[in-house]
Design a protein around this ligand. Structure first.
Ligand code: NCD
Length: 292
């Protein structure tokens, strides 16, 4: 059997391997057809999801892959079954791959080496979100055609964001200049922190993040209006951005908090493009795992 094509973090991928995924995504975006008859993938989501779960499903349908959607609430998880035993069950059924989103950081460590089918990480707590990073990279690559030297500000709840964690690592590896902006409560050790208005006009990309209320022990000390004032992309801030700069957000977004209502669909926003690209990138990831 060929090497198992798991995708749990981007650390295990070389730059060439990532570029091959982006190129395949580009082909799917241009209408490449590929069919994997007889393949069945189960989507196991232990946290809410709209974009990640349904774009995986859309990608599976476009590739002719049959899907099983796991519903945690009416599964044996409610009888105390562990993630490990749930995964071993799907493996026993003969499933060809698993997409998993789970609140526990590094949940996949307990599975690596114990399962014989590819695992695609759709988000592990505040840890990593590799498929989101790849779709973000694909969106940036489509826009600029390169990564080296591009300046990005990642703004918001960095400490609790798996999107930020995956992106900071991979973007630095690709030679991008990453500036982080966050309220003190959402900062973490090991990084330099910036003021949004000081970096804004220099940026090629401004990426906003949702405040991850569900991961906080303590409530956010700022009101929504105060957050918007200090950290939100208002229309006034949008106007100060460089001519060809773009706006990104993994979504779901909160209008009027991290991003102004009018900015969501403005000319330089690529937020809906990111959603579209999520389908192509996930097609590329599954194609890579199933291709011989
Ligand atoms: C993100 C996630 O779930 O990490 N959304 C996504 O996958 N598109 C970001 C978030 O929930 O804020």
């Amino acid at each position: 059997m060929s090497e198992m094509k798991h995708l749990v973090t981007l650390e295990g991928l070389t730059v060439d391997e990532m570029m091959a995924i982006l190129k395949a995504a580009d082909e799917f975006a241009r209408g490449r057809q590929q069919t994997f008859n007889q393949k069945v993938v189960a989507n196991l989501f232990f946290e809410p999801s709209t974009r990640t779960q349904y774009s995986f499903e859309m990608a599976q349908k476009k590739l002719g892959i049959e899907t099983i959607t796991f519903n945690e609430r009416v599964s044996s998880i409610s009888k105390g079954e562990t993630l490990y035993d749930t995964v071993k069950c799907f493996e026993a059924f003969g499933i060809d791959a698993l997409v998993i989103r789970h609140p526990e950081e590094n949940y996949f460590d307990q599975l690596m080496g114990h399962v014989s089918i590819p695992i695609f990480n759709a988000g592990d707590g505040s840890g990593q979100h590799p498929t989101q990073s790849l779709l973000d990279l694909f969106t940036i690559w489509q826009e600029f055609g390169y990564f080296e030297g591009l300046k990005i500000a990642i703004v918001g709840d960095v400490a609790n964001s798996r999107v930020a964690h995956s992106n900071i690592q991979v973007m630095k590896r690709l030679g991008m200049k990453v500036s982080l902006v966050a309220p003190p409560q959402f900062q973490e050790a090991g990084y330099k922190w910036h003021d949004l208005d000081e970096v804004l006009t220099e940026m090629d990309i401004v990426m906003l993040l949702r405040v991850q209320h569900e991961r906080h022990q303590e409530a956010l000390s700022l009101s929504q209006a105060a957050y918007h004032e200090q950290y939100g992309l208002s229309i006034e801030r949008e106007r100060q951005m460089k001519a060809n700069a773009i706006i990104m957000h993994p979504a779901p977004f909160n209008r009027g908090v991290e991003i102004a209502d009018e900015v969501v669909a403005c000319e330089r926003s690529r937020i809906f493009k990111q959603m579209e690209n999520g389908v192509y990138v996930r097609m590329a990831i599954m194609s890579r795992a199933f291709e011989r």
